[in-house]
Design a protein around this ligand. Structure first.
Ligand SMILES: O=S(=O)(CCO)c1ccc(-c2ccc(C3CCCC3)c([C@@H]3C[C@@H]3c3ccccn3)c2)cc1
Length: 240
């Protein structure tokens, strides 16, 4: 895949998005708009050509699954319909490597807006932890989704194409720190999650409607996804 024409963009954007996700939410730039338990959702109000493209940053922490398990289920096409209730159809247009897939997704219509679809590459990667694994902090994992073109794009005029950049970054901590010779159980797995997204709706939609949709859909989306992974993995051996 390192020879694929998209590879330089994939490499660059993935590392940029990792940096962006790891920036804090201090400084008054981010506005907290939803909070449920450990999950905090922030947005910045931003419009481009009169379209709401509010960047979103969500931070969450979940016990019971690893960063690898979270990120794998976020990336995998095989389980997407099990957790993502926002999509009606999903096609894998291309598998450009074992860790990079090109998706075409038809999203459920959000009344009164026109139906949307998204065509994006999705890349999953492990970022080895800089300091040697001190038995507490494990590797960081990231999925980066970025809108792209593809020759097999059906270009269905009935649909409005959204432009999206999404990253899903996870890191697992063993809590409390493991004692020598003691077994790690799923209850010791504390995974910190940062989800960032910028979705340009691609065509006109009333700002008030979009902001209401974002406020309703994103908290539901992230909560449902993380609960799905914890439940799916609870009886499985831990995959670090
Ligand atoms: O994280 S992902 O990569 C997971 C792969 O599926 C992803 C998440 C969300 C979207 C998405 C696509 C369209 C729309 C809108 C735009 C105008 C009308 C529909 C929205 C709005 C933000 C709201 C939304 C948020 C979450 C879930 C569903 N709806 C979101 C796309 C990809």
């Amino acid at each position: 895949a390192a020879t694929h024409p998209l590879w330089p963009q994939i490499e660059k954007l993935t590392m940029e998005q990792l940096g962006y996700a790891q920036q804090g939410v201090e400084g008054g730039v981010w506005q907290l708009f939803a909070e449920e338990g450990e999950m905090k959702m922030y947005r910045r109000e931003l419009e481009e050509d009169g379209l709401v493209v509010d960047p979103l940053k969500a931070v969450h922490q979940v016990r019971g699954a690893t960063a690898h398990e979270m990120v794998h289920h976020f990336w995998s096409p095989d389980v997407r319909f099990e957790w993502d209730t926002s999509i009606e159809q999903m096609t894998v247009l291309d598998r450009i490597s074992s860790d990079t897939i090109i998706f075409l997704q038809l999203h459920k219509r959000v009344w009164p807006t026109a139906q949307r679809d998204a065509l994006f590459w999705s890349h999953v990667r492990k970022i080895p932890s800089s300091h040697p694994a001190n038995g507490e902090a494990y590797d960081t994992w990231i999925v980066c989704n970025q809108s792209t073109d593809h020759p097999d794009d059906p270009k269905d005029e009935k649909c409005v194409r959204v432009d999206l950049t999404v990253c899903f970054v996870c890191q697992t901590f063993i809590d409390p720190p493991i004692q020598e010779g003691k077994e790690i159980t799923r209850d010791n797995l504390l995974t910190k999650i940062t989800y960032c997204s910028v979705v340009n709706p691609g065509g006109w939609a009333p700002a008030s409607v979009l902001r209401a949709v974002y406020k309703r859909e994103y908290p539901k989306f992230l909560k449902r996804f993380t609960q799905y992974v914890v439940e799916k993995c609870e009886s499985q051996p831990i995959a670090f």
